[in-house]
Design a protein around this ligand. Structure first.
Ligand SMILES: N[C@@H](CCC(=O)N[C@@H](CS)C(=O)NCC(=O)O)C(=O)O
Length: 205
């Protein structure tokens, strides 16, 4: 059976939601409780990491893509401009939006002299806001990031949005964005994954 190494509410939640959307058989392994086993297959011991017998894989964007392809899922169109667009937004979430939050979390946890720290936090906050403004604009007049079809990119964007409440800087979500986060996080797969990880969804409120 496939194991997912996870940290509650982290980017691994997107893989967790996807596995439920796909109806896949899987088990969860908490990344700290199973750290020794995780370190054997991932030198960074980070999440998400998946393992099935001798097979293992890390890097969230790659895992999400690979799982959709393996299951021939319509959550990632298989070819053409639809696939290009879904991949673009998935990688935007994974490679542009996610690291910006990472930079802010790291700066916030560092002992830096205060003016430097505030400058880094404000800069990271402005970049996060810009990302959500771009997403907001894209969502104008449509239900999901790629139009009316729900895709894997919507899952990762909605997971990352929930890291925003509680940040030490202000990031504002429009009513349109909040309605989008609610639409996605209300899905049965998402609600069940949140329950299993004991995480509350706050970004839609
Ligand atoms: N490039 C990696 C980054 C993964 C990553 O940063 N994971 C975070 C959670 S979102 C993590 O495992 N953090 C470990 C920790 O918090 O101790 C990916 O996209 O999968």
């Amino acid at each position: 059976m496939l194991s997912l190494y996870y940290k509650p509410g982290a980017c691994s939640l997107a893989v967790h939601v996807l596995l439920r959307e796909l109806g896949a058989d899987f088990e969860l392994k908490h990344f700290k409780a199973e750290e020794d086993a995780l370190k054997k297959i991932n030198p960074f011991a980070n999440v998400p990491t998946i393992e099935d017998g001798d097979f293992h894989m890390r890097e969230g964007g790659a895992i999400l893509t690979w799982l959709c392809d393996e299951h021939q899922s319509e959550l990632l169109p298989q070819k053409g401009a639809e696939r290009a667009e879904a991949l673009q937004w998935l990688m935007f979430a994974n490679a542009t939006l996610h690291p910006t939050y990472g930079r802010l979390f790291r700066a916030n946890g560092m002992t830096l002299n205060l003016p430097d720290k505030n400058a880094i936090l404000n800069d990271a906050g402005a970049k996060i806001q810009k990302c959500w403004d771009v997403i907001d604009e894209q969502l104008e007049g449509q239900s999901y990031i790629c139009g009316e079809a729900f895709t894997v990119a919507d899952i990762l964007l909605t997971v990352i949005a929930n890291w925003t409440p509680g940040l030490p800087i202000e990031v504002t979500f429009s009513d349109n964005l909040k309605a989008y986060f609610k639409r996605v996080s209300d899905r049965e797969s998402f609600q069940n994954a949140l329950d299993a990880e004991d995480v509350t969804y706050k970004a839609a409120a």
